[in-house]
Ligand binder design. Structure first.
Ligand code: PLP
Length: 386
């Protein structure tokens, strides 16, 4: 059976060039970069090269990059570390209701130790109004966390404007940029963020590596205590193969940025237009314009999202209902609910997220099976349009 992967926001295949870049670190370059001897020395320069490549794609300096184990760790480190280090200045934090659980649950954890958190609502496109952020700032606010791109809908936030507000008011700004890396241009200087989170496995690198941007001069508390790796900011022997892969993936994402995103954007449009013309009662969730080039979130009225995912899986098509980490949960998506989408439509939503390996013939194949799958589910449902 044909297999089509439309779940790139959950994770991505490792790019062949990335796989090749990793390989030497599994045999010849096995050393610990902290070691003084030849085996360590052999690895060290590659390690710093990877840091430079990650820094380059977000317009940061290499010393502003800390390698972590994943995007969730970067979010935890940024939020807990910044909040705790600013505790004597205040105990108020601001975020939005549509953040990834790595942000929301870090915030909830801090609430247990005396921090107060404002969870800002979003508009129907899933974006927070910069003015709402401005109004929520109090004298005791020490940190704002707003994601650059949403993992479920692909909506891109007004981060530069929020960055301007945060700078003006002297409040630190963190942004979860896990889904944005490689898909939209990122310049941490012009976005005026102090902290930003990234993850390798969302952009053609392997799992087990992430990065945290910490603006030069900013000191935040550590999350993982131990040895002095990462300039004393993140303990643990460096995951050299994944770090080398992450660096290579950033290099490729920069090199191929225009072509790759142009192709993905045309495939997304083809898929969206095809579904919209062949299936009735479908709505697009999220901003139709300011969005990631690869993500489509649709509600198929009267067809249950999870059932559609299973039905399409039987045809070899992989996609997701809601965020991958929340799949299987009985609750409808917190992101769609926050956008004011009625519960029944939240439950009938699915996310297609495309990537560089997808082709027009895969989209054609999907378009040949989706209408039939939706029709069958609607016929079985007591609520579906017949
Ligand atoms: N933030 C966003 C927006 C995500 O989409 C994800 C993963 O789905 C994460 C953070 C967590 O990243 P990781 O899986 O690397 O921990």
């Amino acid at each position: 059976m044909k297999q089509v992967y439309f779940d790139y926001n959950a994770t991505t295949p490792v790019h062949p060039e990335v796989a090749r870049a990793i390989h030497p670190f599994l045999d010849e370059f096995f050393g610990n970069p902290s070691s003084l001897h030849w085996a360590g020395r052999k690895v060290r320069s590659h390690y710093e090269k990877a840091r430079g490549l990650v820094a380059q794609i977000i317009h940061a300096a290499p010393e502003e990059i800390v390698f972590t184990g994943c995007g969730s760790e970067s979010d935890n480190h940024a939020i807990k570390g910044a909040a705790r280090s600013q505790r004597d200045r205040g105990n108020h934090l601001i975020t939005t209701v549509v953040e990834h659980p790595a942000v929301l649950n870090s915030m909830r954890y801090l609430e247990e130790s005396g921090f107060l958190v404002t969870y800002l609502p979003v508009d129907r496109y899933g974006r927070v109004e910069p003015d709402e952020v401005k109004s929520a700032i109090r004298p005791e606010t020490v940190l704002i966390s707003v994601m650059l791109a949403n993992n479920e809908t692909g909506a891109v936030s007004s981060l530069a404007e929020i960055g301007g507000i945060a700078r003006e008011r002297g409040v630190l700004l963190h942004s979860d940029m896990v889904q944005a890396l490689g898909k939209v241009p990122i310049d941490v200087e012009s976005l005026r963020v102090d902290l930003a989170s990234f993850s390798g496995h969302k952009m053609s690198a392997p799992k087990g590596v992430g990065a945290l941007y910490i603006r030069k001069g900013l000191e935040i508390e550590n999350l993982i205590h131990g040895g002095g790796q990462e300039g004393g900011r993140r303990a643990g022997t460096e995951n050299m193969p994944s770090i080398a892969g992450f660096g290579k993936a950033c290099e490729i994402a920069r090199r191929d940025f225009e072509e790759r995103n142009h192709n993905i954007d045309s495939l997304r449009k083809k898929l969206l237009e095809g579904i919209m013309s062949d299936v009735e009662k479908v709505t697009l969730n999220g901003d139709p314009e300011r969005r990631l080039p690869n993500t489509i979130n649709l509600s198929f009225e009267g067809a249950e999202g999870e059932s559609l995912v299973i039905a399409l899986d039987l045809k070899g098509i992989a996609l997701s209902s809601g965020a991958a980490c929340a799949s299987g949960a009985a609750h409808p998506s917190h992101v769609l609910a926050a956008m004011g989408i009625p519960e029944a439509l939240c439950r009938s939503s699915v996310r297609f997220s495309l990537g560089p390996e997808n082709t027009a013939s895969e989209v054609d194949y999907a378009l040949s099976v989706i209408p039939g799958a939706v029709k069958r589910l609607r016929e079985m449902s007591p609520f579906g349009p017949k």
